[in-house]
Unconditional design. Sequence first.
Length: 158
Amino acid sequence: MRKFFVRLVIGAAVLLVLAVVVVGYVAVTAGKESKQAKAFGHESVVAITSNWRAEEMRARSSPELLASTRPEDLDTMFELFAKLGPLIDVGESRITSTLVGAATAGPSALAHYVVDGRYKSGAARIEMNLVRRGSDWKISGFQVNSPALLESAVGRKT
């Protein structure tokens, strides 16, 4: 009976050490992924919204986003976004969540990127869902929130 308890304690200690190692690894990896996602997000926002070019968006989009969005719909959205005018500056960006995992095609990560930008005709908050498979980050979701776009759509100031 005593051997059983000794083995039980040793087994629990081994599991505890393994849990600490796994949690530490995930924390370090998530921090690294957040930095990479933030850099990709910033570069993408500047390239895409400097002059609201749909081609820049397509070049950075995930296959899933491209498959779910008709090219003419993306062009129409960017015609609307262009009413904001060119990018003047961007604020401090943030990654609001990061998920790291392993996929059959190699390591993967998901991140949600948020940044406020100032454009010639008004401010906008840009939100992007980012995905990394292997070593390449891509945009899997793109959202522009701007009172200036709403004002432009209805033809009045709020």
